[in-house]
Design a protein around this ligand. Structure first.
Ligand code: MGD
Ligand code: MGD
Ligand code: MO
Length: 768
């Protein structure tokens, strides 16, 4: 059997006459993702990058001083298609020049992005290994997904990867949970995906089985559809960014009514007394009562009070979506989730406690063994400089400037060369107009891409990469059901090459081929990585067949551990022998370590911090798209079918639309002090008033490329989001904290050009 694996599921590629005709769902998946249907027409559309290409001035002035190559014209100029040989010589020569003149510390290879699902052809890992072999690079830490969470959690419970792999299973929830309170909902749209593969979609079924078992759901979210399905679910249309206040008021009621579990707090946590002082107003004079929270959240004091009582009287799971921490002070909702669950005293019990992102990714709560499969070693980085991933614009604009991060004072390095493979910064970063300014700073930008995204269009040298369907690979992800032999289905489109073969060729030109390839070709690497993983599999009680058998079978199923997974059960049963990896070995409601950092924007226990003033009337939610993964396959059929007048749909509450004379299907301009974009309107009663929602991922499409800061015509919300860190602790992405105004667009509706390749000028015809 031939399968392939994408971040959004496993498929059987159907090929007719060498062309990809369909991506058929696999027979075992009860809820396959429609995103797969986007690939067949898109994969060899005109948007595909077919040949290496170089920005015109960069090529024409190649030997000159870098400033003379017009870096400010990135994204505006024509490209010249060149043979591979030329392109690779240019890349090798630039890498050598920059290393020689400025050292490896001048190379930024963070290269954030999801790339594709296979374990070997993971573009970012490939690039990291390559740059390590070359002497190192400035790297980035954490993720856009969980910037605040990844830094906070090790201080107060344990690291995120460990926690995510150990989440209480859906099966256990169906049997033991009575009340599921979901901050940010349980959006099935997001559970289509998991990093590395989602071979069996289980969240819709998980929710259904819980509902059938009588579990009550409370959806605390600005959007009703963040929790679909269960008929008896309750929607609390919270004001975005106010969940921390709501959780505090729930705690206040528990303490006031003596419903909190003092015994649990004593035995398993530190610092609860100081937090309760704060809760009751003995620190800042403000008691965090339901009345106090009602004014901030728009949830009535009466409902907050009864909800607290229900939570105490039932086996309760409190879940928080990643989105809540992707905001200014994003540490607080995560810290409060843990604190509220600790007050209820159900952490470590079946069906109760807390969840960090059920519904965000498919594999969370699968209950399967968390074996993550074969791994590709990235080697050692000789450069020690790094940035928190979302501080990339700050770094490019402010070399040498100090910044705070997790108790350290660091400085931004001086970057001359940026190398990216497998990510789209014009998708993921905030305040794109500020990024455009920063993006003109480096001397050289090299990108490997499959499609003509803005990431490629704003580069100097673009190298065409294959897609997962054009190469062999192994698909596997922690807690996923199947390890998959991803067999090549079609020939590489155009002259595209694997990231590995591109980098292997470069390593040869640069004199470290042996270090990079260890003498293996791609096929030999797959076998080697697989063999290496067999020992790790053993330690999970998994016996992998030999490689040839696995490849013939096409897949291997990962089983369940003997006992059902319940998060932190071991710690609860025996806290002395299962100490948490925190300074106290317990859950830290007060963290001496964080307090010691002295950050006013993230002190030693959870606090309510007033949000920055919002000058505009509407809060903008830019959440994950239902019809694609981030910006991937925005040019595909499924995403395209969702557009309104060619633009990304923006949902407005009926009252907000009426007040502005806006109707369903209209094109609107969404703007604030940072920028403006056009979108197509959906009017709905299922979004709370005062909130506008647009998914991320519409390809960046400025009206006039020669005018940075101009109107974006397609619906990319990152032209208006703010580029600030969540706090001095994490410096995490804070994209959800954005306010905007929306008005009807009465001008002519400009054509979408995001999917057109850039203008190409001929290599010889132009006489280079
Ligand atoms: N406003 C706002 N912004 C956000 C978010 C938000 O909620 N709101 N969410 C953030 C989050 S959580 C994330 S994770 C980021 C995601 O941001 P990214 O991960 O950067 O987004 P993708 O669109 O997945 O970009 C992956 C790119 O890699 C390319 N690619 C795929 N496979 C390969 C390959 O094999 N080789 C090469 N060379 N290239 C390949 C694809 O064509 C695509 O352009 O966005 C963040 N940005
Ligand atoms: N189909 C699809 N699935 C994906 C992705 C994708 O691009 N496409 N991306 C994947 C990635 S990389 C990640 S990190 C995860 C992200 O997982 P999340 O970050 O949780 O995803 P979002 O869709 O941004 O947010 C979930 C919901 O939270 C709600 N929300 C936003 N702000 C607030 C708030 O202040 N309070 C409350 N109570 N609710 C709020 C929004 O209504 C939103 O629909 O999703 C993954 N799943
Ligand atoms: Mo993410």
């Amino acid at each position: 059997m031939s399968f392939t694996s994408m971040h959004w599921g496993a498929y059987r590629p159907r090929v007719e006459n060498g062309r990809l005709d369909a991506m058929e769902p696999v027979p075992w998946d009860a809820d396959p993702s429609p995103i797969g249907a986007s690939i067949p027409r898109a994969i060899d559309s005109p948007t595909r990058i077919r040949r290496p290409a170089v920005r015109r001035s960069f090529l024409e002035r190649f030997g000159d001083h870098p400033a003379l190559r017009s870096p400010h014209l990135r994204g505006q100029e024509a490209f010249v298609e060149v043979p591979w040989e030329t392109a690779l010589e240019l890349v090798a020569s630039e890498l050598s020049r920059v290393k020689g003149e400025h050292g490896n510390k001048a190379i930024f290879g963070g290269s954030y992005g999801w790339g594709s699902a296979g374990r070997f052809h993971h573009a970012q890992s490939q690039l990291h290994r390559f740059l390590n072999g070359f002497g190192g690079y400035v790297y980035s830490v954490d993720s856009y997904s969980l910037g605040a969470g990844r830094v906070l959690m090790p201080h107060i419970v344990g690291n995120m990867d460990w926690l995510l792999a150990a989440h209480t299973s859906w099966q256990n929830l169906a049997q033991q949970c009575e009340l599921f309170v979901a901050f940010g909902g349980l959006p099935v749209k997001n559970a289509q995906c998991s990093p590395g593969g989602a071979s069996d979609h289980l969240v819709e079924g998980g929710i259904r089985r819980m509902a059938e078992a009588g579990v009550k759901f409370v959806n605390v979210s600005p959007l009703r559809d963040d929790l679909q399905g269960p008929e008896h679910n309750e929607w609390l249309a919270v004001r975005p960014g106010s969940d921390t206040a709501l959780m505090m008021a729930l705690c206040w009621v528990l303490v006031e009514e003596g419903l909190h579990d003092e015994g649990f707090l004593q035995r398993y946590t530190v610092g609860h007394a100081r937090f309760i002082d704060y809760l009751q107003g003995r620190v800042d004079g403000i008691a965090k009562t339901p009345e106090w929270a009602a004014a901030l959240t728009d949830i009535t004091a009466a409902r907050i009070t009864t909800l607290a009582r229900e939570m105490a009287s039932k086996r309760t799971m409190i879940n928080v979506a990643y989105s809540l921490q992707r905001s200014v002070h994003g540490e607080q909702p995560f810290w409060m989730t843990v604190t509220l669950a600790a007050m209820l005293g159900q952490i470590g019990l079946p069906g109760g406690g807390f969840g960090l992102g059920y519904g965000c990714m498919n594999n969370t709560g699968s209950g399967r063994k968390a074996f993550s499969g074969p791994r590709f070693s990235q080697g050692m980085n000789a450069v020690k400089d790094f940035i928190p991933v979302a501080r990339v614009t700050d770094m490019l604009l402010n070399p040498g400037m100090p910044f705070d991060y997790n108790g350290q004072r660091l400085h931004y390095p001086d970057i001359r060369l940026v190398y990216w493979a497998g990510g789209n910064i014009f998708h993921h970063h905030q305040d794109l107009n500020r990024l455009l300014e920063a993006w003109a700073r480096p001397e050289t930008i090299i990108v490997h891409e499959q499609y003509w995204t803005a990431q490629a269009k704003y580069a100097d040298i673009v190298l065409p990469a294959t897609t997962a369907l054009e190469r062999d690979d192994i698909g596997s992800a922690a807690s996923d059901r199947y390890m998959i032999a991803m067999k090549q289905a079609i020939e590489p489109v155009g002259e595209s090459r694997d990231d590995y073969s591109i980098l292997a060729d470069l390593s040869r030109r640069l004199g470290f081929e042996e270090v990079f390839t260890e003498g293996r070709d791609a096929g030999q690497w797959l076998r080697f990585m697989y063999e290496e993983s067999r020992q790790r599999a053993d330690s999970f009680g998994i016996t992998l067949p030999d490689y040839d058998q696995f490849w013939r079978d096409g897949l291997f199923e990962i089983d369940y551990p003997p006992n059902d997974t319940v998060l932190l059960q071991g710690f609860r049963d025996d806290p002395e022998n299962h100490r948490l990896p925190t300074p106290s070995g317990k859950i830290e409601i007060f963290s001496e370590r964080i307090a010691g950092f002295g950050y006013t924007d993230c002190p030693g226990h959870p606090v309510w911090l007033d949000k920055p003033a919002t000058p505009f009337a509407l809060h903008l939610l830019s959440n994950q798209p239902k019809t694609r993964l981030h910006s991937q396959y925005d040019h595909g059929a499924y995403s395209q079918a969702s557009k309104v007048q060619g633009r990304e749909p923006l949902t407005l509450n009926r009252q907000d639309a009426d007040a502005r004379g806006i109707s369903e299907g209209d094109v609107v301009k969404v703007w604030n002090q940072r920028g403006a974009f056009l979108a197509g309107v959906i009017v709905s009663d299922d979004i709370r008033p005062g909130v506008a929602q647009i998914a991320t991922g519409a390809w960046f499409d400025p009206l006039n490329k020669a005018q940075p800061g101009c109107l974006e015509k397609h619906g990319n919300p990152n032209v208006v989001t703010e580029d600030v860190g969540a706090s001095s602790l994490s410096q995490g992405c804070a994209a959800q904290t954005a306010s905007v105004e929306v008005e009807k667009w009465s001008g002519p509706v400009p054509e979408i050009t995001a999917f057109e390749p850039p203008v190409m000028v001929g290599w010889r015809a132009e006489g280079f």
